[in-house]
Design a protein around this ligand. Sequence first.
Ligand code: SAM
Length: 255
Amino acid sequence: VTGTSGQRSSKALIERFVGARSDPEKVVLEGFHALKHALRFGADIEQACVADLDKLGTLARSLAPDLEARMRAITQPVSSSAFNALAPVPPATGVIAIARRPQVDLRRVLEGSGLAPVVLLEAPANLNNLGAVVRVAAAAGATAVLATGTHDPWHPSAVRAAAGLQFAIPVARVGQAPPTEGPMVAVDPEGEPLCPGAIPDQALLAFGAERHGLSRELLAAADRRLAIPMRPGVSSLNLASAVAVALYAWRFGQT
Ligand SMILES: C[S@@+](CC[C@H](N)C(=O)[O-])C[C@H]1O[C@@H](n2cnc3c(N)ncnc32)[C@H](O)[C@@H]1O
């Protein structure tokens, strides 16, 4: 590869990643963990680039031996200068990829939801919280994570914070709380104390924004309000921590 054709292909690669960031059908996976979970949960990877193939091999052998061969087969080594231009903050694990977003048919997801709760976030303000919610919801076996407001749960920063677990659970932005089979439970510091077994099956669990909490409209629409008990003087939990407590309260209540 001559210097000029190498520069041309780096430029094309950078443009591809820039284009993927604003393409609603694609998602940029920043880092090893995002790519690992995306592959485990069936993502369609369009392009994967690695700055150091040996480092990728070492990471894969220790953290995801099930995927080592696959990762080696799909990743394209690129120069470190090209790699560093593919993300605003280049992932320290030295790997970045573009995948296709799975389509979420919300009606089907909610109709066939089974007993596990659906998490509804009302206008979350912080993409790291949004990602952390997706991560714990996937781990706890929730049905879906829905978010109102302006933030996209598929934003690369949210995907990074979720370690790519958007591929493990239906995740979507919605205009408003969707109609569901089960009750709507507002998880709110002013509710009745959450005790074991208090979260019903098929619940839509609504959580408020980091600063303002749940809106009056959502609180009024809820069938009940539950509070996570806290020591006096503590005003609230972090949003993702509150989601974790509520989901595991449901999960531990299952026989
Ligand atoms: C950081 S809190 C918002 C704090 C806000 N000032 C309020 O009073 O609701 C973000 C969301 O996490 C949930 N949350 C946090 N701590 C909670 C608690 N102790 N009990 C129930 N929900 C809680 C609620 O859904 C809340 O809207």
